[in-house]
Design a binder for this molecule. Structure first.
Ligand SMILES: Cc1cc2nc3c(=O)[nH]c(=O)nc-3n(C[C@H](O)[C@H](O)[C@H](O)COP(=O)(O)OP(=O)(O)OC[C@H]3O[C@@H](n4cnc5c(N)ncnc54)[C@H](O)[C@@H]3O)c2cc1C
Length: 263
């Protein structure tokens, strides 16, 4: 339902990962920018290849690190984050995430995951002290980045049937669980159902048009669609982080036990 509140202009960060500016992924990023701005929202884009984003975490990320000490990345991230001593590229991306009401990750599926440059954006930007860790609210539901929505927009070479219940690649919800649950939900964001374009190798003009139509609908619902109802750490798990017995509907198996049943 559209209300006055949902029509309010929002701030959206799109993180886009494709090396070719004329690619399908780059086209979908431009399309989202156009649609969201037309709806009155503010949009910023981190085009990782265009920015020549440094993907690997290493000692150069920590100006205060000295070579005589072993590099403990978790500790160094926390120290640099809390002291305001992150490198300018990382600090700038954290500022964009802080600024945003929603984050869209746009990427091609590469080896059943995201391109390394996007994984490297997460490794370097979602630091201990910013996105997780003892200095921020606990993960899964509260989380450091709470109050933000998140949408994965992924293009996939294979057919949809191969990602279905008996599909050879496993269900898309399971393949993307580490991103949806381990990254977005862990840090407190509210992930929506992913937007997936299948069969992208040899996509026809008709399929492209239909996909844009569907993506427009998903962008329209960015702040109104129900997020995936992942379970809350505080409410549904014991001290060993195991799901309390009897919460899942009978017959629920696999990763589905971590999703509340939709009434
Ligand atoms: C390293 C690597 C690993 C991969 N791993 C997997 C995997 O694990 N699982 C899997 O399923 N797939 C995999 N793939 C396939 C991959 O997911 C697809 O190649 C990707 O989704 C296509 O997106 P793209 O932006 O690169 O498309 P592009 O190559 O840019 O375009 C794809 C097609 O879309 C159409 N198109 C593009 N732009 C437009 C436009 N503006 N207007 C109209 N039509 C357009 C064209 O027909 C084009 O041929 C992999 C590919 C690579 C390179």
């Amino acid at each position: 339902m559209t209300t006055e509140a949902t029509r309010q202009p929002k701030k959206i960060l799109i993180v886009s990962a494709h090396p070719e500016p004329r690619s399908l992924n780059s086209t979908m990023t431009s399309f989202a920018v156009e649609q969201l701005r037309a709806a009155g929202h503010e949009v910023r884009v981190s085009d990782l290849y265009a920015m020549k984003w440094k993907a690997a975490v290493d000692a150069d990320d920590f100006p205060d690190h000295t070579a005589d000490q072993p590099l403990d990345v978790l500790a160094a991230h926390e120290q640099a984050t809390l002291a305001g001593r992150l490198t300018p590229d990382v600090a700038s991306e954290q500022e964009k995430v802080r600024w945003s009401d929603a984050v869209i990750l746009q990427f091609p599926m590469w080896w059943f995951s995201m391109p390394a440059i996007l994984k490297g954006w997460i490794d370097r930007v979602f630091t201990n002290g910013f996105a997780h860790g003892p200095a921020v609210p606990p993960p899964y539901s509260e989380g450091a980045l709470g109050g933000r929505r998140a949408l994965v927009s992924v293009t996939i070479g294979a057919r949809e049937s191969s990602f279905s219940d008996r599909g050879i690649h496993g269900r898309l919800a399971d393949v993307l669980f580490p991103v949806q649950h381990g990254l977005l939900w862990f840090t407190g964001m509210a992930p929506l159902e992913p937007f997936a374009m299948y069969g992208t190798v040899g996509l026809t003009e008709e399929q492209f048009t239909a996909a844009k139509h569907e993506y427009r609908r998903r962008l329209d619902g960015l702040f109104t669609d129900e997020p995936v109802p992942f379970r809350s750490l505080a409410d549904d798990y014991n001290r060993d982080m195991r799901l309390r017995p009897g919460l899942e509907a009978p017959g629920t198996i696999g990763l589905d036990i971590h999703v509340r049943s939709r009434a």
